[in-house]
Design a protein around this ligand. Structure first.
Ligand code: ATP
Ligand code: MG
Length: 361
C-alpha cells in the first residue's frame, strides 16, 4: 500500500510554536525523507469557517499567512501538494454521505470538540457545521487516501472518528476507503505544547502564542514574561519544574549542544533542573537561555519568510496549482465512493438494462 500524508491547519491566524513542534517540523522531515509517496498539506479554510461564519475576512486574510509560514519552515511545493480546502468541492459531497454513518451521540462524545465548545462559549448555540467538523475531517483524510496524519494529540479523536467511518463505510459498501493512523510527536511535551501563560495548550484562540513570524524582540518579550513557578519568588527559593512552562519549552526545544553554546556552566538540562529545584537559580537566567535557543531556531524561518513575502502572487499561484492537483485526487476517490454506494446510475449499464427488462414485461 502507498504511504500518503494528509495534514493541515486552520487559517485563523499565523502559525505558532505549538504547530511547529506538534506537526509542522515533522511534516518537513517526512516530506524530505523520501519515504512517502505523496504529501498533502491542507489550509482548512472551510473548517475555520465553521466557528467564524460571521468573519470570513479573517479567514481570507490568514490563508496567505499560513502559506508563508509553510514555505518558510521548508514545506516545498515540488515535494508536497499544498492546497486550500474550500477549493475541493468533492470534500463536501463525501462529508454528506459520511454523515449518515455517524450518530449525534458519537459526535457529542468527542473530547476535543467538547473542550472547543466550552472555549468558544457556544453552550446551546453550537453551529451544526462546527459540531460535525470531525466528519468533514474524515472526508479530508480519506479523499486523499491518507495513511498517516502527523498532528498534535488534540487530533487523536478526529483520526479515531475517521477510522470508524472508514470501517463502517467499507463494511456497508465494500472495501473502498483507507484507514489512517495519527503520527504524534515522539517527544511527548510536543504533543500538546502549553501556552506562554501556562495554560494546557498554546492556541490561537487563547492568545498565548509565540508566532513563527514574531520579531526577535517580540519573542524575547514573550519569553521574559512567561509563566514559571509562582512560588519561586527569590533566587534562593527552591523551584518547581512540573507545570513550569519555561522548563516545558526547554524539554521541547533544547538539545545537548545548546549548553556549551549558550550556558556552559551546566552540562545538561537535568543539571539545570536540579539547580532550580535546589534553589539559587533565577528565572531570568533560564528564560535568557530559552530565548537564545528559540531565536536560533526561528531566525532562519523569519529570513526565509521575508524572501517569500517578495512574491505573493507566486505564492497564490502555487496554492492554485496545489488545489487543482488535489482536486483531481479527491475526484477519483469520490468516483470510487459513488461506485461503491451504487449511486453512479448513468455509468451503470446493468442497472439500465435490468430496469428496461422489468418494464418491458
Ligand atoms: P484554533 O484555535 O483556530 O483551533 P490552533 O492553534 O488549535 O487553532 P489548529 O489549526 O487547530 O491550531 O491546529 C493545526 C495543527 O497543529 C494540528 O495538527 C494540531 O494538533 C497542532 N497543534 C496546534 N496547537 C498545538 C499545540 N499547542 N501543541 C501541539 N500541537 C498543536
Ligand atoms: Mg485547533
Amino acid at each position: 500500500m502507498k504511504k500518503i500524508i494528509l495534514t493541515g491547519d486552520r487559517p485563523t491566524g499565523r502559525l505558532h510554536l505549538g504547530h511547529y513542534v506538534g506537526s509542522l517540523k515533522r511534516r518537513v522531515e517526512l516530506q524530505n525523507s523520501g519515504e512517502y509517496d505523496k504529501v498533502f498539506i491542507m489550509i482548512a479554510d472551510a473548517q475555520a469557517l465553521t466557528d467564524n461564519a460571521d468573519n470570513p475576512e479573517k479567514i481570507r486574510q490568514n490563508i496567505i499567512e499560513v502559506a508563508l509560514d509553510y514555505l518558510s519552515c521548508g514545506l516545498d511545493p515540488a515535494k508536497s501538494t499544498i492546497f486550500i480546502q474550500s477549493q475541493i468541492a468533492e470534500l463536501c459531497e463525501l462529508a454528506f454521505y459520511y454523515m449518515n454513518l455517524v450518530t449525534v451521540s458519537r459526535l457529542q462524545r468527542n473530547p476535543t470538540v467538547k473542550t472547543e465548545i466550552q472555549m468558544r462559549n457556544f453552550e446551546t448555540s453550537i453551529p451544526v457545521g462546527f459540531f460535525t467538523y470531525p466528519i468533514s475531517q474524515a472526508s479530508d483524510i480519506t479523499a486523499f487516501r491518507a495513511t498517516t496524519v502527523p498532528a498534535g494529540d488534540d487530533q487523536e479523536p478526529m483520526v479515531e472518528q475517521t477510522r470508524e467511518i472508514v470501517r463502517k463505510f467499507n463494511s456497508v459498501y465494500g472495501e473502498t476507503l483507507v484507514e489512517p493512523e495519527i503520527l504524534l510527536p515522539e517527544n511527548c511535551v510536543c504533543q500538546r505544547l502549553p501556552g506562554t501563560d501556562g495554560k494546557a495548550k498554546m492556541s490561537k484562540s487563547l492568545g498565548n502564542c509565540i508566532y513563527l513570524s514574531d520579531t526577535a524582540e517580540d519573542v524575547r518579550k514573550k519569553v521574559m514574561s512567561m509563566y514559571t513557578d509562582p512560588g519561586h519568588i527569590r533566587i534562593e527559593d527552591p523551584g518547581k519544574i512540573e507545570g513550569n512552562t519555561v522548563f516545558t519549552y526547554l524539554d521541547a526545544f533544547s538539545r545537548p549542544e545548546h549548553f556549551s553554546e549558550f550556558l556552559p556552566d551546566y552540562a545538561s538540562l537535568d543539571e539545570l533542573k536540579d539547580h532550580y529545584r535546589r534553589g539559587g537559580l533565577g528565572d531570568v537566567k533560564v528564560k535568557k537561555f530559552l530565548n537564545s535557543i528559540l531565536q536560533q531556531e526561528l531566525e532562519p524561518i523569519r529570513t526565509r519568510r521575508r524572501e517569500f513575502e517578495q512574491d505573493i502572487p507566486g505564492v497564490y499561484r502555487m496554492l492554485k496549482e496545489g488545489s487543482d492537483a488535489a482536486r483531481e485526487v479527491a475526484a477519483s476517490t469520490l468516483a470510487d465512493v459513488r461506485r461503491a454506494m451504487r449511486i453512479n446510475y448513468f455509468e451503470d449499464e446493468e442497472l439500465i438494462a435490468s430496469q428496461a427488462a422489468r418494464f418491458s414485461r
